[in-house]
Design a protein around this ligand. Structure first.
Ligand code: FES
Length: 366
C-alpha cells in the first residue's frame, strides 16, 4: 500500500557540490527521503517519485546537485531554492563573526586586493590611455588573476570613435552612462543608459556619441586570455574583419538589450534580468543586471568567474576574512569558487551588472 508523504521533502536550501567520474552513473534522489542525499537509497519505494540518473562526462566534472528537490532542471540546481519559503537567508553584518572582519582599502584606492584573489577596481582612480575619442583603461585582466574574462573601462567623447575589433573573442558591452549608437555588423544600433551589447568574434565596431557628455562603457572580452589592451583597427586589418555579408549563420540580429521589468527573475527579495546570453549568440557569456535591496546576503560561491559592476548605491564587499567599501562605477572581480557576499546600504539599495563566464544562470550559488 502506498504511503502518503508531503513530498518532495526539502533536504536543504543550498545545492551540494560533487566532482563526477567519467562514465560513472549517479542516481539523484528526487523525493528527499534518502539517507544518502543527494543520491538515491531506494527510500522512494511506495511513492510516485523516481530517482534521476546522470552519467559523468569526464573525471572531475563539477556538479551542483539540487538539495531542495524543487529544481526544474533535475538533478542539478537551477536556483529555485532561493524562492522557496525560508530558502533565501540573509546575513547579519553585526554578528560576532562578521564584527571581527577587518576593512581593507577605501574608496580612494584604485585597486583593493581581498583574500583568495578577489579584487575591487575603481576606474575613476585609474590612469587612462587615449585613442581618438576613446579614453580607456584595463580593469580586470590575467594580471589580477582572471582566467576567463578581461574587462576594460572606456569613455567615448563626442563624435565618431575609432574602430575596435573583437579579435578572436566575443565581447559584451554595458552602457554605464550616456547615449549614442554603435555601428556593428553593418548596422547601427541605438545605445541608451543600461543597455547591454553583444559583439561576435572578429567583428569590428565603433561608437557615435552626439553629446558633449562622454559615453561611459564597460567592455568585457571572453575568454580573457592574456590581453591587457583593447584592439583598435588600423587600415591593414580592415580587410580581415567580418562584415554584415559574411556573418556566421548562427549570428543573431539581437545585439542590444535594454532594461525590461517584464523579464525579471526573483531571487529572494532581489531580482535580476538577463541582458545578453546565448539567445544573442553568446557562447557561455551571460551579462545581467540585478538589484540588491538594503541587506547582506549569506556568504556564497559560484562555479563561474564573475565581474560585478556597481551601477548605483553604496555598499560593502565581504569575503570570509576582509571587507571593502564599493560605490557607483567600481568593479568586483570574483574568481571561481570565491566566498563572498555584497552588503547594500541606503533606502534604494544597489543596482549591479554582472558578467559571468562560463555560465548561463546567475541565480545558482552554493
Ligand atoms: S538546491 Fe534545489 S534548485 Fe538549488
Amino acid at each position: 500500500m502506498s504511503q502518503k508523504y508531503d513530498l518532495p521533502k526539502i533536504c536543504g536550501f543550498v545545492p551540494s557540490y560533487h566532482e563526477l567520474k567519467a562514465n560513472k552513473r549517479y542516481l539523484w534522489c528526487s523525493c528527499g527521503l534518502s539517507k544518502t542525499a543527494p543520491f538515491c537509497d531506494g527510500s522512494q519505494a511506495g511513492t510516485s517519485f523516481k530517482p534521476v540518473m546522470v552519467k559523468g562526462q569526464c573525471d572531475g566534472q563539477e556538479a551542483l546537485f539540487c538539495e531542495c528537490k524543487h529544481t526544474k532542471t533535475p538533478p542539478f540546481c537551477d536556483g529555485t531554492h532561493a524562492n522557496l519559503e525560508g530558502g533565501y537567508q540573509q546575513d547579519d553584518p553585526e554578528s560576532p563573526v562578521n564584527a571581527k572582519i577587518q576593512q581593507v582599502g577605501n574608496v580612494d584606492d584604485a585597486l583593493t586586493k581581498l583574500d583568495n584573489g578577489c579584487v575591487v577596481v575603481r576606474p575613476n582612480r585609474l590612469d587612462k590611455k587615449q585613442e581618438g575619442t576613446i579614453r580607456w583603461c584595463p580593469l580586470v585582466t590575467h594580471l589580477e588573476g582572471a582566467e576567463h574574462q578581461t574587462q576594460f573601462y572606456a569613455e567615448v567623447g563626442q563624435g565618431q570613435s575609432p574602430q575596435l575589433l573583437a579579435k578572436d573573442v566575443e565581447m559584451v558591452i554595458f552602457v554605464f552612462e550616456g547615449s549614442g549608437s554603435i555601428a556593428l555588423a553593418g548596422k547601427s544600433y541605438n545605445l541608451l543608459p543600461s543597455s547591454g551589447v553583444y559583439v561576435g568574434a572578429n567583428e569590428s565596431f565603433s561608437f557615435d556619441n552626439p553629446d558633449e557628455a562622454p559615453l561611459k562603457l564597460y567592455i568585457t572580452r571572453c575568454p580573457g586570455g592574456e590581453a591587457t589592451s583593447l584592439v583598435f583597427l588600423d587600415d591593414r586589418e580592415k580587410g580581415s574583419i567580418k562584415t554584415a555579408d559574411d556573418q556566421d549563420e548562427k549570428a543573431s540580429e539581437k545585439r542590444v538589450a535594454v532594461l525590461d521589468e517584464n523579464v525579471r527573475n526573483a531571487m529572494g527579495d532581489r531580482f535580476w534580468q538577463i541582458l545578453v546570453d546565448e539567445s544573442y549568440g553568446a557562447d557561455m557569456i551571460t551579462q545581467f543586471v540585478g538589484h540588491i535591496p538594503p541587506s547582506k546576503a549569506m556568504p556564497h560561491r559560484h562555479l563561474y568567474e564573475e565581474t560585478l559592476i556597481f551601477k548605483s548605491g553604496q555598499g560593502m564587499v565581504w569575503t570570509l576574512n576582509q571587507k571593502t567599501p564599493v560605490g557607483p562605477g567600481d568593479v568586483l572581480f570574483l574568481p571561481r569558487k570565491q566566498w563572498h557576499s555584497v552588503q547594500s546600504f541606503g533606502p534604494d539599495g544597489m543596482m549591479v551588472v554582472g558578467v559571468i563566464y562560463p555560465g548561463n544562470n546567475p541565480g545558482i550559488n552554493y
